[in-house]
Each structure stands twice: as structure tokens, then as C-alpha cells.
Design a protein around this ligand. Sequence first.
Ligand code: ATP
Length: 586
Amino acid sequence: MRRFAFPIFAAVMLLLPALPVPDFWITQSNYIGLYALVALGLVLLTGVAGLTSFGQAAFVGVGAYTAAFMTVKMASSPWLALLVGVGLAVAAALLLGAITLRMSGHYLPLATIAWGLALNYSMANMEWLGKYDGILNIPALKVLGWDLGTGRGLHVMIWLLALLAAWGAMNLLDSRPGRAIRALKNGATMAEAMGISTFRYKLVVFILAAVLAAVSGWLFAFFQRTVSPSPFAIGKGIEYLFIAVLGGVSHVWGAFLGAAVVKLTEDQLQVLLPKLIGTSGNFETIVFGIVLVLVLKYAPDGLWTFIGKRLPRPVRRKDWDNAPPLESRDKPAQGELLLQVQAVRKEFGGLVAVNDVSFEIRAGDIVGLIGPNGAGKSTTFNLVTGVLSLTAGDVMWRGERISGLPSRTIARRGISRTFQHVKMIPEMTVLENVALGGYLRGHTGTARAMLRLDRDEEKRLFAEAERQVARIGMADRMHELAGNLALGPQRLMEIARALCTDPALLLLDEPAAGLRHKEKQALADVLRQLRGEGMSLLLVEHDMEFVMGLTDRIVVMEFGTKLMEGTPSEVQASPAVRAAYLGTEH
Ligand SMILES: Nc1ncnc2c1ncn2[C@@H]1O[C@H](COP(=O)(O)OP(=O)(O)OP(=O)(O)O)[C@@H](O)[C@H]1O
């Protein structure tokens, strides 16, 4: 879509008012542009980041009422009103987001409902906002002396902003902060382990959606030339969500498709249904309800799926060959004491999953952590990497206490990891998933990414991602969607992603599971090579041949307790270890 269709679509929409198109269709197109702006925010918020808001109509109202109040009652410039309207929307989103986005569950949707209801109630009851009558006689918008008081004039403005927003959204999704936002939907653990502040990006995307809604409201005020509370009621907030879901909530163009389908059918139904039923009313809502159920059942990704699957999947052009390498951290000296796990303990209610376990890792060590199922190995990983909080004990990294720090801070210090159950973004390519690991090595923020000013850094990130993908032997699969890979290659991809963070210590949770014999040997070679480069490794693994052949030292756990620690041959010779695995008394 991006390379060819977007400029053509943009040109058609911007030139539409100059063509002999009846006024009715220009008006429809204006509404579609206005709705699409709001729905685009929901695509980013709901489809991409996995957060739901019923309160977008209220943000539209903030933009619209600010425009109306400032231009009518204060005779201000409409551009100042735009700034103030957007500022107010940002402030409201910040407040709502700051309160709810740290909490999991349904707090955000509930808070947005409350916000939508409260704002609408205020609009309808405040004298200075004109109560139910609203504010009338909004002056026409003028740009450089050009009167945009007509639908045709405003069409260019509406579509210019809608298309700019779409361009910005597409750029964002294809960038460092965009990958962070795309990671939000699959839970916070992986994103945080890559150094991403999930709270910050949730807030960013919530504010972005509010800004798009406020801009739509600002345009709406100059389109209607009057504002009243009803277009910003909670029902409209639900309709915006409906537009996004119907069109395709995971796709930028789904917002436009949804807006067009809803606006055009709504008008037809409003004429047709009263004739069929014999009485007037908002019966189109019932039809939309039925349509939504059908769409969710048969095309859960929305109507855009039917168009999207016919378009070729864009493959990222390889433009990073000459990109300078990313900066890397100074590797610790061989033998330096890196990790000290000191009597760490984790209790889940009455269950002691990890019972005062201690061990150390020095630079250049490959340490194995083994034990029967349920011994507490993954929990130990989660304690070291800050995914779980400790009940007691300490974790020290290069002499400093890291227990209690969030996992993104621990990642920044140089500890990276993979997961027992692969955590990835299935709809991104292998390369993009691995590039997510380079998050901490880049700096581009949301605004720069939206303006596509991040290409030099992106090239460096992708050059590094490709290097790591090639290192684990998957160069020929880098453009495949991660979700299409078998479990073994997915695990390898996770290792490449962890390597992309440039760690000093790599924690691998069952890296060889799902791999064939030859792949295991190749993986062992890569891990040995990493050690040669100064990397240290801690791995949980059930494949004993793999562990015994690779590690310098092994920590054995059983029932949450450290059973023994020793060289592979010492562990193999231990009757206690054998008993633990065979389940006999020792
Ligand atoms: N979040 C949790 N809440 C309650 N109990 C948990 C939780 N996570 C782990 N456990 C329990 O803690 C114990 C240790 O689990 P853990 O996953 O660390 O073991 P493991 O050695 O990694 O096992 P496996 O080899 O099967 O992955 C198990 O009894 C498990 O059921």
C-alpha cells in the first residue's frame, strides 16, 4: 500500500473537491475523513497496543468545544484554539492514563467510560458552554486568506490532516518506538525484558489517540459551524470503536475503510429502514450490532483483511549494508565476578518455589541450571531478571544490588534472556522481532519516528539484527513472519533477539527444546563462540547431553532447593542427582 497506492489515494482524496463530484459526496467524504482520524487513534490504541477506550468521542468534544468557545466567545485564532484543544486533550489523557495504565485489567476501559459520561454531562449542563443548545455561529476557518467555510474547502484540510496522520502512524509502526508499541499487546514481560517501559508507551499511544480525536473535533467544529453535546456522547464513543473494529483494528487503512463503510451504510439505512419497518428511529444501530457480531465471527481482523490479504506483504528493502555498527558495551574482563545470587527465596502463598538458593557466575562462564520439572529453575530466572519480586535474598550484578529493580533496568545493565514459553510478536518478521532486542541501543522517540527522521538509526538496528539472525543460522528466514515458524526456530529467534541487546550475561530458558540434533549442535557451537567473545551464559535445559557437553559448571535444583553444584562430571557421578531425576530416595 505504502509505495504506490498511498500517493494515488492521497492525490485522489485531495483533488476530489476540484472534480465534478456532487456536494453530497463531498460532505460524506468529509465525515469519513473526520471519523477515520478518530478511528486511526483507536487502531494504534486498541488494535496495535491492545488497550480499549470508549471515551474517544469525549476527546473529539474537547477539540470541538475548545474551537467553538475560543473562536465564538473569545474571538481567538482557530489555530490557537487547535493548540489549546490538543493541549487539553493531552492533559486529560495524561491524567486518565497515569491513574489507570499502570493497573492491569479493565481499569482503562472503565475510566474512559466514566470520562465520556462526565464530560458529556458537563457540556450539557454548563451555562457558559450553552448547555444542550451548545455554541452556534462558529466562524469559517481561513487559511492564508482562503475561506474554508464550504464543505469543499474544508475537504482538503480534513483529508490533508487525516492522510498526514495515516502517514505518521505507518511510519511509527515501522520504527523503534513502533516495535515497542506493537510489543505491548502480548503482555509486559517480554517488552520490559528488552528494556522497554511499557507504561510509558501505553501512555504515549493513549495520548496520541486523544490528540487525533481532538484534531478531528477541531475540524468538526468548523465543518458543522455549531457544536452541541450529542455528537460527543458515550454512544458515539462506542461507534468510533465499532468503526475501527469493523474496518480492521490492526491496520491503519482499516480505520478509513471502517469509517467509509459505517458512514455510507448508516445514511442508506436511515432512509431504508423506516420505510421497511414503517416507523422512524435509530434502527441502524441494531443492524450495526448484528454486523459487528458477524464480522467478529467470520473476519475477526475486520473488513480490511479481505483487501489486505490480496495485497503483497511488503518486505523490508535491505538498505542497511553500509550502516555503521551500533555502539556496544565494554565486555567484562575474563573471570570478573558478574552475578551473585545470594540466598534467594520465592514463596507463592504456602509454596516455596525457590528456597534460599545461592550461586555465582563469572565472566566467561557457561553455567547450567538443571533439575526435575517444578524444581524452581524458571522462577530463579525470573528472580534474577526482575520479572518476579524476591521474598528474601539478594541478587548482585558486578557488585551492585539489582534485586528490586524493574526488569527493563536490569536489561540495561547487561542481562538478557529468553523465555521458557517463547514470547514474540507473531505478526512481525523474524528480523523485526530481533530488532526489538536492539531497543536499548537506539534513541529515536515517537515524534521523530512519525516524521521518518529515524532512518539512519533504523539501518544500524537492522544491520545488527541481521548479524544476530545470521549468527544463529536463520539468515534465509529473516523476512518470514515469526508466527509462522516452528517452535525450534522461534527459540533461536529469541536467542538472536537477546543477543541484539548486547548483553554481558545471557539467560537461556530451555534453548534446545524443539531443535533437531544437528540444530542443537549448531546452537552449542554458537554458544561456545559467544563465550569466546566474552559473554557469560546461564542456561536451563532438560537435554542432558546438550548441558553436559557445553557447560563449565552445573547447579542442580530439586523442590526449590539447591541440591549440588559442580562440574558436569561431578554432577553426573552424584547419586543424589541421579536419585532426584529418577525420583528415588537419597
Ligand atoms: N506464578 C506462580 N504462582 C504459583 N506457583 C508458581 C508460579 N510460578 C511457578 N510456580 C510453582 O513454583 C514451582 C517451580 O516452578 P518453576 O516453573 O520455576 O519450575 P521449573 O524448574 O522451571 O520447572 P520446569 O522444568 O517444568 O519448567 C512449581 O511448583 C510451580 O507450580
